[in-house]
Design a protein around this ligand. Structure first.
Ligand code: HEC
Length: 142
């Protein structure tokens, strides 16, 4: 018996479960973007922020505080932070598309709202799912 090998399918299905119950099925364009974003994350971010976004030498990119902060902000906030300051040791090395992709990946992994279709320069300020319980000062001013 090789217990580690037996665990692999289980881990794969667990990580699939982590995203699917709440998030709607992504459009094909979004599914591709999330795949690219995951690749960028693994190659450029995971060494400091952890394979599961849990934080290693750098802060976690998940958890209640992270979610609470970025739930209140449009995708642009996270996008611009990554574009301007990350990867911490090699800022400015990601392409514009890679920044969009990895932003979408982080939002999705945290169950945070993403615009319809994929995340593009034109949808950075757009959020589909309004905060379920906006407080009076956060209510959108339409
Ligand atoms: C060399 C290590 C390193 C790498 C690689 C790295 N980061 Fe970071 N990251 C940090 C550190 C350190 C901080 C905290 C910076 C600070 O507090 O000023 C940080 C902070 C962040 C934050 C802000 C977290 C918060 O709580 O607001 C985000 C988002 C982030 N990184 C995303 C990324 C992404 C996406 C990548 C890959 C493209 C990446 N980082 C690559 C070290 C790294």
């Amino acid at each position: 018996m090789r217990p580690a090998l037996l665990l692999l399918p289980l881990l794969a299905s667990l990580s699939a479960l982590a995203v699917t119950p709440t998030a709607p099925i992504p459009s094909p364009a979004l599914a591709e973007q999330l795949q690219r974003g995951e690749t960028t994350y693994v190659l450029a971010c995971a060494m400091c922020h952890g394979d599961r976004l849990e934080g290693v030498s750098a802060p976690e990119l998940s958890g209640d505080d992270f979610r609470a902060l970025y739930r209140k902000l449009p995708p642009r906030a996270l996008h611009d932070l990554i574009r301007d300051t990350m990867p911490y040791d090699r800022r400015g090395t990601l392409s514009a598309q890679e920044v969009l992709d990895v932003t979408a990946y982080l939002l999705r992994e945290n169950g945070l709202p993403l615009p319809e279709g994929s995340l593009t320069r034109d949808t950075l300020d757009q959020v589909n799912e309004p905060d379920p319980a906006p407080t009076p000062d956060q209510a959108p001013a339409h």
